[in-house]
Design a protein around this ligand. Sequence first.
Ligand code: C5P
Length: 228
Amino acid sequence: MSAIIPVITIDGPTASGKGTVAQRVASALGWGVLDSGALYRLTALAVQQQAIDPDNESAVANVAATLDVQFRLGQILLGGQEVSELIRQEHVGNLASRLAPNPKLRAALLSRQRAFRLAPGLVADGRDMGTIVFPDAQVKIFLIADVQARAQRRAKQLIEKGISANLEDLLADMRVRDARDTQRSVAPLIAAKDAHVVDSSTLTIDQTVQSILDLWSRILSTPPSLGV
Ligand code: C5P
């Protein structure tokens, strides 16, 4: 009966704040979270570790299908190794974005992502959560933010983790990644027709989280329609 388990999808470009907002909305509701970007990053890391040719679509899809991954209270284990910091590195994100247009890879990750839809509900963040993975989601958010604001945010995150960051390089990488994510023919980064577009460059995290919770409350208080 997975169809009735509610899902809130939060799609948007890199560093738009999706991850933080998704975590906060999920904890307010007591729901689970799917960070779908982590699955693409884990695939990229495994491709790198196994020295697979990134252009070999079938081999990359096979890596994704056989990923030995466990998500445990803030930890991400790949083949038993804790990799949650490693997969956040820019070179892993860039490789993930390069691999992401591969339709075989996306197909291999589809059922893995849908398996996160467990009671009492799921907040899923990514690029195609509202369009492809959970098209029947009850609330769909498309979270955008100015590229300068996003690059500054990412630089701050990296510096806080003791990783050196150059704003100009980050901006350039982000523009390349945005272009690749939006222009690819398979599951491009695009707002679902029924998505609410939220601009996080003009809102605080608290305001963004609250606006999503308000949308969900509104759905809960709307009587169900009498079918199609
Ligand atoms: O969201 P994050 O930056 O961690 O994602 C890394 C890359 O994985 C993105 O740049 C994007 O190319 C890809 N991705 C995707 N579809 C998703 C989530 C991430 O194509 N649902």
